[in-house]
Design a protein around this ligand. Structure first.
Ligand code: NAD
Length: 257
């Protein structure tokens, strides 16, 4: 399928899942806006590399997704936003009675409120063009819970709700909104933890992955950033025109348990 002529904005896309999604969208022919809060030469070099690899236009725009004004400004600076992927996210793990208030506020701002602000800024253009895709990267934690992840689980359940409301408000206008719910994904961050875990548990790489990290993921296999990117590209296709207001799990069976 070709997304030639479409412009995609992917928040939090200088690493991990966001970068994987940006790459798959570029492979499908979309022009892409990469984003994170940093503004380093390597962020812009990353955009140039993806542009050269896929012969599409790729720009990097620095904007802090914990700030409402910068979320809205990102969409304004992008100029056109046909495909909005709200991916930026952070985590903090602590019991509720020990959870720092500033961490709660930060997680709700980045993982949930940013999607409200970017969506509010992007919808008028999508409505005017009669086509749009809003794809929110939630989590298996948007559908289930784990202890010690109160802010993350609340934000991810929240973004599933926001996706449904967005879908209902634009239904029939050529615009869809869905939440993608990954289980554990093999990102560089996760990969980097494997050697330490091997030492701690005196296990092989395979044992750490299967018995420690993926204990809740029935397939005992990570999802990959390419699979997440492929899911997003599918949601942008004509086959997905009537898929809206729902969740798509990419979690190796986690939420079937
Ligand atoms: P990551 O840390 O590699 O990527 C997070 C991205 O968000 C980075 O590009 C980071 O720079 C950016 N970011 C963080 N704070 C920001 C801010 N204030 N403003 C702008 N950008 C900011 O993590 P990841 O695993 O790729 O996670 C991406 C998304 O996928 C998150 O929403 C996460 O909750 C979700 N997710 C991840 C997993 C997993 O196993 N890795 C599973 C389910 C859901």
């Amino acid at each position: 399928m070709s997304l030639a002529g479409k412009t995609a904005v992917v928040t939090g896309s200088n690493s991990g899942i966001g970068l994987g999604i940006a790459q798959e969208l570029a492979r499908a022919g979309a022009n892409v806006v990469l984003n994170s809060f940093s503004d380093r030469p390597e962020d812009h070099a990353l955009a140039d590399r993806i542009a050269a690899e896929h012969s599409v236009a790729v720009r990097y725009i620095a904007a802090d997704m914990s700030r409402a004004d910068q979320c809205r400004d990102l969409i304004a600076q992008a100029g056109t936003c046909d495909i909005l992927v709200n991916n930026a996210g952070v985590q903090h793990v602590a019991a509720i009675d020990a959870f720092p208030t500033e961490k709660w506020d930060q997680i709700i701002a980045i993982n949930l409120s940013s999607a409200f602000h970017t969506t509010a800024a992007a919808l008028p253009g999508m409505k005017a063009r009669g086509w749009g895709r809003v794809i929110n990267i939630a989590s298996a934690h948007g559908l289930t819970a784990s202890p010690f992840k109160s802010a993350y689980v609340a934000a991810k359940h929240g973004i599933v709700g926001l996706s449904k409301v967005t879908a209902l408000e634009v239904a029939g206008q050529g615009i869809t909104c869905n939440a993608v719910c990954p289980g554990y994904v093999l990102t560089p961050l996760v990969e980097a933890q494997i050697p330490d875990q091997m030492k701690t548990h005196n296990m092989t790489r395979d044992e750490v992955i299967k018995n420690v990290m993926l204990e809740r993921q029935p397939s005992r296999q990570f999802a990959t950033v390419e699979q997440l990117g492929g899911t997003v590209v599918f949601l942008c296709s004509a086959a997905a025109d009537q898929i809206t207001g729902t969740t798509i799990s990419v979690d190796g069976g986690w939420t079937a348990l």
